[in-house]
Write a protein that binds this ligand. Structure first.
Ligand SMILES: Nc1nc2c(c(=O)[nH]1)N[C@H]1C(S)=C(S)[C@@H](COP(=O)(O)O)O[C@H]1N2
Ligand SMILES: [Mo]
Length: 233
């Protein structure tokens, strides 16, 4: 099986925009979702000349992957992100606490090793430095192991790789909360590497002293998945 050859699942009930804003407004963050950014999208499609706009395919080229359907469900009231391992202070973050961390936005391309890609994905989330700050990784820490609520999907990246300026833990995609099928509420985004490094439905981060083989490495794929410079390319 190649990273990508899984059954496509019917999308579950995504967390609605209103529910998301409700959580975001709990008081831990005053940053509202959308607003100016929603207008940006409308503008960017309007700027295209008519013949080009007709060529832009309806929707985006995502293929939805999972190794153990059905997709995990997300309840903002009970969801927690655990951060443990080689840290001074293990953390258990609520969804509201995750949203309250310093928020960044970026636009980056997404590439699956099987050949499909999606250009210009607009991600919202948090950089790993900010995510880890309260946990205080020990000096011997070298890598993070990301564990999905969808077992047994895991993957690891080194702290050095995660300091790439476009590496992030994303909880928003294209100005909406991350949809269930895309890994709600949070997924790892590592644009310079193939998509299989980006664990969806993230539930736990373990700080380790060495990088470990992830789900697709155990099935023959490269640990370092640099686009155009790994997996025989
Ligand atoms: N938990 C989990 N995360 C995962 C996968 C998966 O099957 N399960 N597939 C990976 C692969 S191979 C790719 S290309 C992307 C696909 O993201 P998408 O399903 O949002 O299109 O998710 C990655 N993260
Ligand atoms: Mo993939």
């Amino acid at each position: 099986m190649r990273p990508g050859e899984h059954d496509e699942q019917p999308p579950g009930r995504p967390l609605g925009r209103r529910a998301f804003l409700g959580v975001a407004g709990l008081g831990l963050t005053s940053l509202a979702w959308g607003g100016a950014t929603s207008d940006l999208f409308a503008q960017s499609t309007r700027l295209l000349p008519e013949p080009v706009r007709a060529l832009v395919p309806f929707g985006k080229g995502w293929r939805i992957y999972a190794v153990d359907p059905p997709h995990p469900t997300f309840d903002p009231a009970t969801w927690r992100l655990r951060i443990e391992g080689l840290v001074e202070r293990p953390q258990t973050l609520t969804y509201a606490q995750l949203l309250a961390l310093p928020r960044v936005r970026q636009t980056s391309d997404f590439v699956c090793v099987t050949g499909w890609s999606v250009d210009d994905v607009r991600w919202t989330g948090v950089r790993f430095d900010d995510l880890l700050a309260a946990a205080r990784p020990l000096p011997i820490a070298r890598a993070l192991r990301f564990e999905s609520a969808e077992e047994p999907y895991i993957d690891s990246l080194t702290l050095r790789q995660l300091s790439e300026p476009d590496a992030m833990l994303a909880y928003g995609m294209d100005d909406e909360p991350l949809e269930r099928k895309h890994g709600a509420p949070a997924r790892v985004v590592m644009p310079k590497m193939y998509g299989y490094k980006g664990v969806k439905w993230l539930r736990k981060i373990v700080v380790t002293d060495r990088v470990e083989d992830g789900y697709w490495q155990q099935r023959g794929y490269d640990r370092d998945a640099w686009i155009d410079d790994s997996n025989g390319r």
